[in-house]
Design a protein around this ligand. Structure first.
Ligand code: CA
Ligand code: CA
Ligand code: CA
Ligand code: CA
Length: 360
């Protein structure tokens, strides 16, 4: 995964190191666009073709893009995605092992928890709150496991005590360079990542004691999830993408990492690949909110962390579309149990049949 380390210093700063963090943490390998944290480059879908370099630590995050624009993709919806969004990864595996009867029983119990106002129906707000809480739990769990993992790498006695910057550096040094510091590009990767990470560290250290506890470390890992990290998200994106350092990202700068030939291709009036045109359109029509031809810091932030960044809203709509039979914008227990396989898995799905289960 260090092949990209030969790219420019700035590219590395966000690009490779973001890959590293995501990879080491077991993040989703969607980083065609190295600027983007754990987010999508845009709503435009394009193929992930070369990103297997982020080896999964067994926790491949879901790709929000799977859902595409609202409401256009229910036929292609991934039931594993639904199950994990609804239950969390670990819990979802447990359901996979259950019989249909047991699955439905446990689902019924869950409905009681989701229905927080106890009116026997699940409202969209209740569903969204549930999904957001599940997602937050997943992030916390992943951050904690990464935290322990770093602590173990440096043989810390107490895996739960706050992380020192020195421990962090040692652990990353070990991961990137190993015991034999012979690879120059690995050394450079490490150095540039540390420049970035020290700035990020300071910002994530909310109580200012120079250590990161687990909560602070979660913000450090995923600054895009924490409003308090807004400045650092903008700063890192600008560092990488604002090539001429004028504090704005113009279209050429925006496209450069995605499609390095972009500027030339446009000059030579060459036909651009469809996905490149889609990104172009995205920039002009959506990201450049004030239509002045470039992205200022606030537009940059909205690009990296769009208003619908939180997938729970879209997932709620999706689940209601499938489940809310009488369209009264509330889900009864009966409606949910009728579509129980949308929410939870069971043994039969292990055999790869996600379609109808009339035979059951
Ligand atoms: Ca309710
Ligand atoms: Ca702290
Ligand atoms: Ca610029
Ligand atoms: Ca603008």
């Amino acid at each position: 995964m260090f092949s990209k380390a030969s790219a420019t210093l700035l590219l590395m700063l966000l690009g490779v190191s973001a890959l590293l963090l995501a990879g080491a943490e077991g993040g989703k390998d969607r980083h065609k666009d190295p600027r983007v944290f754990d987010a999508k480059p845009s709503d435009a879908e394009h193929e992930d073709d070369d990103d297997d370099e982020t080896e999964s630590g067994g926790d491949d995050h879901h790709d929000d893009d799977k859902h595409g624009e609202e409401g256009d993709d229910d036929d292609h919806h991934d039931s594993k995605y639904d199950h994990e969004s609804f239950l969390g990864r670990e819990e979802s595996h447990k359901f996979d092992e259950m019989s249909p009867e047991e699955s439905k029983e446990k689902l019924t119990a869950l409905i009681g928890k989701i229905d927080t106002n106890n009116d026997t129906k699940v409202s969209p707000e209740e569903m969204q709150a549930w999904l957001a809480a599940v997602a937050k739990g997943e992030r916390t769990r992943a951050a904690e496991s990464r935290f322990h993992n770093l602590k173990a790498t440096v043989n810390a006695k107490d895996l739960d005590s706050p992380l020192t910057l020195e421990e962090y550096k040692q652990a990353i040094h070990h991961e990137i360079i190993g015991d034999e510091p012979t690879d120059k590009s690995a050394q450079e990767t490490y150095n540039t990542q540390m420049v970035r990470d020290q700035a990020r560290w300071l910002k994530a250290d909310a109580d200012g004691d120079k250590l990161l506890n687990k909560t602070e470390f979660a913000d450090f890992l995923h600054p895009e999830e924490a409003p308090s990290m807004k400045d650092i998200v903008i700063q890192e994106t600008m560092m990488n993408t604002d090539k001429n350092k004028d504090g704005k990202i113009d279209l050429n700068e925006f496209m450069k990492d995605l499609h390095p030939e972009y500027e030339n291709d446009v000059k030579n009036k060459k036909k651009l690949p469809d996905w490149v045109e889609a990104e172009e359109k995205q920039f002009k029509e959506k990201l450049d909110i004030n239509k002045d031809g470039s992205l200022d810091p606030n537009e940059v932030y909205k690009w990296i962390v769009p208003d619908d960044f939180d997938h729970s809203h879209r997932e709620t709509k999706h689940l209601f579309k499938i489940t809310d039979e009488n369209k009264d914008n509330a889900l009864t227990k009966d409606e949910i149990l009728k579509k129980w396989e949308t929410f939870v898995g069971h043994q039969a799905t292990n055999y790869g049949n996600f379609g109808s289960h009339d035979e059951l």
